[in-house]
Design a protein around this ligand. Structure first.
Ligand code: FAD
Length: 265
């Protein structure tokens, strides 16, 4: 049988290795399904890369790659670009110094107990939560992008990415249905953070007991009481969330300060 090497990790931390592995998969795998990018697809990619370039909290060589990709996309006079041009930039064919993104996956907090479980989709959720938290902490980071002063901007950009590019089509259909229902009511960046948390818990409860569930990572309401005791309350014997505490917890858990580089390439 295949030997699975288990990497010890701390569930209260975020791992650079997961976020960078996710970006690698997104930029070199998921986007590659689109041989050419034009029209609404290209606009979606540009906005998503802009959000990443301004808000991704990781290491400098990855940030520089995202900024370079964003500037290149913004400067293009073309309304149609081949995916291979994006790939050349991601692979740093121009050899601009200080740019690097790992070209293999190394899951840590997102590792599964079998190879087909967890991994990319886990890292994508983490990336999305990180982006909503960063946008709340540093709203000025989006100045000059056309996405500033709009508390829904990051969520709507994530929504368009998922609808257009996310390889799991059933996932994107479900997500779009929820977004259509309730994303429009979000009025502040705090609400945007909580909207994504609530929606993620909805997905967790829908998938509990599903074949895709990793037995080592059961689908339960998150954050569990061991991660955030203050998030949980009981009113007349019925569980309820303390949203103020949940918000504080999300801001801490998904902040750049909670990222650790252990196992990162
Ligand atoms: P994930 O749900 O991937 O979560 C990753 C990590 O985020 C967890 O380990 C935990 O640390 C943290 N977390 C958990 N819950 C929350 C929360 N509420 N708020 C903040 N952080 C949290 N799979 C399907 O089979 N069908 C679908 O319809 C489907 N829809 C999806 C839609 C989207 C937008 C995405 C990104 C993924 C979707 N998936 C779907 C995949 C699925 O949600 C999981 O990613 C996958 O099953 C792996 O689960 P996991 O155990 O790694 O935890």
């Amino acid at each position: 049988p295949e030997v699975v090497v288990w990497r010890e990790f701390d569930r209260s931390k975020l791992y650079t290795a997961d976020l960078e592995s996710g970006l690698h998969h997104l930029l070199r795998g998921e986007l590659a399904a689109h041989k050419a990018l034009a029209g609404a697809e290209l606009r979606t990619l540009k906005d998503f890369v802009t959000v990443l370039a301004r808000l991704f909290p990781g290491r400098a060589p990855v940030k520089k790659l995202l900024e370079t990709l964003q500037e290149w996309l913004a400067s293009l006079p073309l309304d149609r670009i081949p995916y291979n041009a994006v790939l050349d930039l991601v692979n740093n064919k121009m050899r601009i110094s200080g740019i690097f993104l790992t070209n293999h996956v190394m899951w840590v907090g997102c590792q599964g107990s079998r190879p087909e479980l967890r991994g990319y989709t886990c890292s994508l959720w983490q990336l999305f939560h990180t982006l909503t938290v960063e946008a709340g902490a540093r709203p000025e980071a989006l100045d000059g992008t056309g996405l500033e002063d709009d508390p829904q901007a990051v969520l709507q950009t994530i929504r368009r990415y998922v609808r257009t590019f996310f390889g799991c089509r059933a996932c994107s259909e479900h997500f779009e249905a929820v977004a259509k229902e309730s994303m429009g009511a979000v009025k502040t960046t705090d609400r945007a953070i909580l909207w994504l948390w609530e929606t993620h818990n909805l997905v967790n409860s829908r998938l509990a007991g599903h074949l895709s569930e990793d037995p080592k990572f059961p689908k339960v309401p998150w954050p569990t009481p061991d991660l955030c005791p203050a998030c949980h309350e009981e009113i007349k014997g019925v569980h309820s969330w303390n949203e103020g505490q949940v918000l504080l917890f999300l801001k801490q858990h998904y902040s750049g300060d909670n990222l650790v580089d252990t196992y990162a390439a």
